[in-house]
Design a protein around this ligand. Sequence first.
Ligand code: C2E
Ligand code: CA
Ligand code: CA
Ligand code: CA
Length: 279
Amino acid sequence: AKETGKGRAVVYSPGDQGPPQHDISLEAAMFNAVREGEFLLYYQPIVNARSRIIEGFETLMRWKHPTLGMVPPVRFIPIAESNGLINLLGAWALKAACMQIRQFQEVAGRELYISVNISPRQFRSDRFLTVLDDALALSGLDGRQLVLEITEGTLMIDPTHAEDILARMVERHARIAIDDFGTGYSSLAYLKRFPISVLKIDRAFVKDLPSSNKDAAICNAILDLAGHLSLSVVAEGVETEEQLAWLDDQGCHYVQGYLTGKPMPANVAVTALKENLYT
Ligand code: C2E
Ligand code: CA
Ligand code: CA
Ligand code: CA
């Protein structure tokens, strides 16, 4: 195990000389990318499983490097999380997303919501609530139209602190979604302890539907649990009509995935919204 600042341990396999070289240059490139404005936000529709009407969008960060092309979040988010750049990027994303959803609402002529990923480090940052308030104030967005996606792990690092932060979010009427639900190590007790509104079923449980009996059982159990706790459920990674039909049949009200819309730039999302209105 190696220490990489702030006491965060990263484990490398035996014989490794350290992190791969490209990660070091990628990290250097990231600081430059912030200055050059190479980070973008894409928006993926979250739709009603029955009507396919767009209810909201999840913002997904993209890095358009001039020579490397699109660098996927799985490569740059962990680096940003370990060097702290995630606080800067996350604050920018939250503000930009809150502003953007207002334009989307004008196009749609109705209320939509925006769902924003909050990393563990961002959630634990002292500045997080200030950033949240700035984003709401700057955009004029009602907190009710904001969903913050966090993982089970984020809640478990320091549950007492998490409880406090979540209470402040509730004061602002923002909703909390558990991202990648069921893939963490936490017990279900946190569903009782924390004010959670949305469960997002991870793609791992969706991709082999409807043929996988185990995945079907897991999804049914999540839907059942959510129903009894009055939580909304969004199924992630829906790629086929069969998956959508099955989820709709089982009472899953919201879906997100390539079938109903890939992550797209804001201008493409505007077109999708216009078309979505009249179908
Ligand atoms: P996530 O939050 O679980 O996001 C869902 C991922 O699934 C996204 O990958 C999305 O593009 C992808 N996806 C959506 N529908 C489908 C589908 O039908 N099939 C398949 N195969 N994939 C689908 P992406 O955009 O590469 O993001 C990966 C992860 O990076 C995210 O997982 C999230 O953990 C993180 N991330 C992305 N943007 C941000 C951000 O702004 N802040 C933070 N903290 N994390 C972010
Ligand atoms: Ca997410
Ligand atoms: Ca997810
Ligand atoms: Ca995921």
